[in-house]
Structure formats: C-alpha cells, structure tokens
Design a protein around this ligand. Structure first.
Ligand SMILES: [Zn+2]
Length: 593
C-alpha cells in the first residue's frame, strides 16, 4: 500500500538527494518514564535537509508538541523549526546527529489509545509516527533502529531483526512508520498458518488480572486461518499481534497490529477482543494492501479525505463478524440474522444515510473536523457493512450460490493500484454477472437508504422495522441527549456537535459548530464539563442554552424529550422455494458461497 505512493512522492521533488544512511537510537530509562531519548544519526547527509513528523492517514495526534530539546551535533551546524512538524538542519557535516527527547503527555485516564506510545516501569511502546522524525525527500532510504533498553526487556515488532538483538531494520520510511515496537516484559506466544509465523504478545502491569491465555491465543489462530483461507495465502512473511492491558482501541499495520485488551475484560471472557482483533487483522488485506486509490504514502502534510473507506472499514466490519463464525467461535450476536437485525436498526435510525452518500460519509471518517457532516454524524463502518451485506446477498442470489463477497475481496486483492467506486462497481458486476450501476449510483455516489427487503427476499428473509421508545435498563424512557461537543481549532470554548438534526437539540434550533456559552445558566468551559452537565437532565425539562453563532449570541430553549430507536426483526418469508432455501442455509452457516 504505502510503498507505491511513497515512490511517487519520492520521484516528484526536483531536489534529488543521494540516500543518507539513517540510524535511530532510542534509549529508555525505566526509572524515568516521563519519556524517552531519540538520536538520529545520518551518514552521507547533505549540507542542509529537513526532518519531519509523519502524519498518519487516520489520526493527527500532533506529537511534535512533545519533542523537547531538539539539538544537532557539530560546530556551525544549526537546527531550526521550519513548521510545526518540520525541522531544518543547515551547515551539516556528512555525518550528523540530531537529538531530542519525546516527553510523553500526561495520562488523562486509566486507559489510553493503543496506538499511542507509553512507558511504564516494566514496558512501553515506541513508534515512528509519534517519535521518529524522517528525512524529507529520502522516503525510500532504509533505516536502522537501535534500542537501548533496561536489562531483561525484550522487543516485539514487525521491524526486521538483525544479527544484533538490539538492532532492527526498515527498508523504507513507510515501513518504519508502520512498525510499532512493543518493549518490556511481556507474554509471548506463536503459531504458524500456511508456513507464516504469527507472534502474539501481551504486555500487562504487575497487578493485571489473569485470564485464559490458551483460549485467547487458539481462538485468535482460528480467525487467522479463516482469513488466510479466504484469500488463499497470507500477504506477509510474518505477523505480530501487540496486545496490551490498560489501553483501548487498535491500529492496523501491514504486518502487525497494536490492540488495547484490558485484562479485566479478558478475565471475564477471553474472547472479549475477538471481533475487534478480527477487524484489525482483516485490515492486513483490506486497507493495508487493498486500499482506495491515493490512500497512504509518506507525508507530514494534511492528507486528502478518502471516498473509499466504506469498503475498507465497512467490509472489514462484515468479516469481523463472519470470520470468527467460520472458525466455529462465538461472537456478540448469536446468529447472522441477529447481527443483521442490530446493524439495520442502527442504520435505519440514523438519518445521515438519507442525506449523504457513502463516498461523503467515508470522507467524514478520518476528517479532522468532527462537524464535517454538519448536524449529522455518519459511520462509514456501519454504512459499508450494510452495503457489503446487501451486495453479498445479491451476488449469492444471482450466481445460484456459487459466489459471494469473498470473490469481490479476492478480486480487490489482485489489484494493487488502489480501487475507485467505479472499479469496485465493475468488479461486483463481473462477480455476480449482473448490472449494479443503480446500486452504486443510489447508495455510493448519491445519498439513499437501502431497502434491505429487496436483498433479504432473495434468500427468503424479510425485515420488519418498528420504532420504539429508547429506555434504560430499568425500562424508563431515556432523555434525548444525542448532543456532544468538541473544541474547534483556536477556540477556548467547546462547540455543539449534534448527533442528528431531528433530535431535541436540533429541533430547538441548535447547530453543530455553535460555540457554547452556557447551559442552564452554568458556564460551559470544557467538552467533559458539557457532557457531565447533561446527565442531570430529565424528560420534560426546558434548558436555556446560550451559544455564539458568528457575531450573534443566541439563547435557545431546548425541551428535553424522549426519543425512539429503530428495532428490526428478521423472519422467513411465508413461501420460499428450494433455491432460496439453499441460499439461506449457506448464508446462515456463514459459508464462503
Ligand atoms: Zn478499521
């Protein structure tokens, strides 16, 4: 995925640079977990060059804020800040070393996102995007990473090992940036699928809860076997699962994944992270190697927003549910029909799909502005999973059960150039031998809500949708608190972020982007403070909300109401023929076709 775009970028600038030899040295002191020291040594460096912090396609954590004491060795050599994420070195000798310390930002809660670096007395995570500046214009240059670690600490990373156990190798900046490094004392397992070694490591602090590691690892191996069986072979030489306690979320890489997996959850259920892990692992193909045209590449600049994530994220959601079932493992929803019921309920109750196309919702997914879709909040994961599920049914029906969405995935994997809406449409049409232009026009290029019954009917199923009052665990109607806030760039006050324009807050006249002054006469100064104030609200309350919109200050009275959920029930059609019965049985079993 990344090397193609990196090659394009590297060939574009007129300024040519013979590749310098780059060595990163990362030094960890377990008695000072406030950060770690980095030295970047360049041999054959040009007299002037730039170092930049890589911008990830999916997030912008702006860790350039936390680089302390950036210096360069050598008399007459200078390093200056050229931009927020860029440093310029001038007057450099052929051999030059830049040093700095990454000061880790303070923990804001018990858990932190799994993709961010951390350091504890018994382990840590170091990665390129947050910590290792790259040489601009030398994106094809290989690099060595030398780790200076406390005694007894080990290393798990997709970086290539060398004869020296503390030294690793990356063939390009893209590879370096996609190779997180887990350090410390951790559990370590491995298994082989189709001759490819898979390593599973789990880091935990000393007070972690024990869990059933045998089940944890063997079920993971089951998912891996199913994904490899779908595509025919693993796309990597080896793969590393980097799990850790005290973290949430996950981030995929071509040959690895970092995952938050709290030991408290795993001790209650060793499969607690199975679907999330299946999702991230499926990304090793879908998004890492099968990717939208123009996605990826090495840059420190803002990236274009992709229109293809409904395939990259949505189809990955589809397989995160399906692969564990194929492996005979239990997943959250008891059956595929139950899974689709829950999915369609969320899909039908969100008005975003009637208002925005799958392409547009895809663009909102990794957009830095949370109000990208105005008063609507879209999920490209949900959108794409519903569209993928419907296309799967269509393909199965049109081919008499001989093909499925699996064939589309294999077709996508054969095209390394990157897909477009048009190329996915052509591939689906070829797979089913049918015309799907109207489907792609209606739901992908334009906004439209899928009528699931059109596709469910092909395999003898029918969905009924009911709107029922949202209630809490004790059966009491819940107040409509479908409103959030965010801190716009440069603003000290949070702004409104509506979940839907048709809820209590939208109906009262509020819009996403309105700057919050006060709620119920209490000044709003933070995102957390706004949310905390909402929990006091009850159905029937009238709340004065003062906002600033442009130069106007407005007082809006929000009448707190209840709200309704869409509840979908799927049942069999009254009359169903043999062909439908066969398709239904294969679909319910999660069969490949
Ligand atoms: Zn994902």
């Amino acid at each position: 995925m990344l090397w193609l775009a990196a090659a394009l970028i590297a060939s574009a600038p007129p300024r040519r640079m013979p590749p310098p030899e780059v060595t990163y040295t990362v030094r960890v002191d377990p008695t000072d977990t406030s950060g770690f020291d980095v030295a970047i040594h360049l041999r054959h460096a040009p007299a002037s060059f730039e170092l930049a912090m890589y911008r990830h396609p999916e997030y912008d954590d702006r860790y350039w804020r936390y680089l302390d004491g950036v210096t360069v060795d050598g008399a007459g050599t200078r390093i200056t800040r050229a931009d927020s994420a860029v440093w310029r070195v001038t007057g450099a000798a052929s051999d030059v070393t830049v040093r700095y310390r990454l000061r880790l930002p303070p923990e804001t809660g018990l858990q932190r996102p799994a993709w961010r670096p951390f350091l504890a007395p018994t382990g840590g995570l170091v990665d390129g995007p947050h910590a290792l500046l790259y040489v601009v214009g030398a994106e094809d240059a290989p690099a060595r990473v030398v780790l200076s670690l406390p005694d007894g600490w080990r290393v798990a990373t997709p970086l290539r090992p060398t004869a020296d156990p503390s030294s690793f190798f990356a063939s390009s900046v893209a590879e370096l940036m996609d190779s997180p490094i887990l350090l410390g004392r951790f559990h370590d397992w491995s298994f082989t699928v189709d001759d490819a070694p898979h390593r599973v490591v789990y880091w935990e602090p000393p007070d972690a809860r024990p869990f059933d590691t045998l089940t944890f690892v063997s079920h993971l191996a089951g998912v891996v076997r199913e994904a490899v069986a779908l595509f025919g072979r693993p796309p990597y030489a080896q793969y590393t699962f980097l799990f850790r306690d005290r973290a949430w979320g996950a981030l995929e890489h071509p040959d690895a994944v970092t995952l938050g997996a709290p030991s408290a959850d795993l001790s209650a259920d060793p499969d607690a992270e199975l679907e999330e892990t299946a999702h991230e692992f499926f990304h090793a193909w879908n998004l890492m190697r099968i990717h939208p045209a123009g996605y990826g590449g090495v840059t420190y600049r803002p990236r274009p927003l992709s229109t293809g994530l409904w395939v990259s994220e949505g189809f990955t959601m589809f397989y995160a549910d399906l692969l564990p079932r194929r492996a005979g493992l239990k997943v959250g929803d008891s059956t595929r029909a139950a899974h689709l019921e829950r999915l369609l309920g969320r899909y039908y109750e969100n008005p975003v799909f009637a208002r925005f196309s799958a392409e547009r919702i895809s663009q909102s997914s990794y957009a830095p502005n949370p109000a990208f879709l105005g008063d609507y909040q879209g999920s490209t994961h949900l959108n794409g999973e519903v569209l993928g599920a419907m296309l799967d049914l269509l393909i199965r029906a049109r081919t008499g059960g001989r093909r499925s969405l699996d064939d589309v995935m294999r077709g996508l994997a054969a095209d390394s150039a990157g897909f477009t809406t048009g190329s996915v449409q052509r591939l689906v049409a070829r797979t089913c031998g049918c015309d799907v232009r109207a489907f792609f026009d209606r739901y992908v290029r334009h906004a439209g809500v899928v009528d699931a019954n059109r596709y469910l009917g092909l395999i003898g199923l029918h969905a009924d949708t009911a709107w029922v009052a949202a209630v809490d665990d004790s059966g009491r109607a819940m107040p409509d608190l479908r409103v959030w806030s965010y801190l716009p760039p440069g603003s000290s006050r949070p702004a409104i972020l509506l979940g839907t324009p048709f809820g209590a807050w939208g109906r009262a006249g509020l819009h996403s982007g309105d700057l919050l002054e006060s709620v119920a006469d209490s000044s709003v100064t933070s995102v957390a403070g706004f949310r905390a104030g909402l929990v006091r609200l009850r159905i029937g309350d009238t709340v004065p909300v003062v906002v600033r919109r442009g130069h106007q200050t407005l007082t809006v009275r929000v009448v707190i109401s209840g709200f309704k959920h869409a509840v979908v029930r799927i049942s069999r059609l009254g009359t169903i023929n043999d062909g439908q019965r066969r398709l239904l049985a294969a679909w319910e079993a999660g069969a490949t076709h």
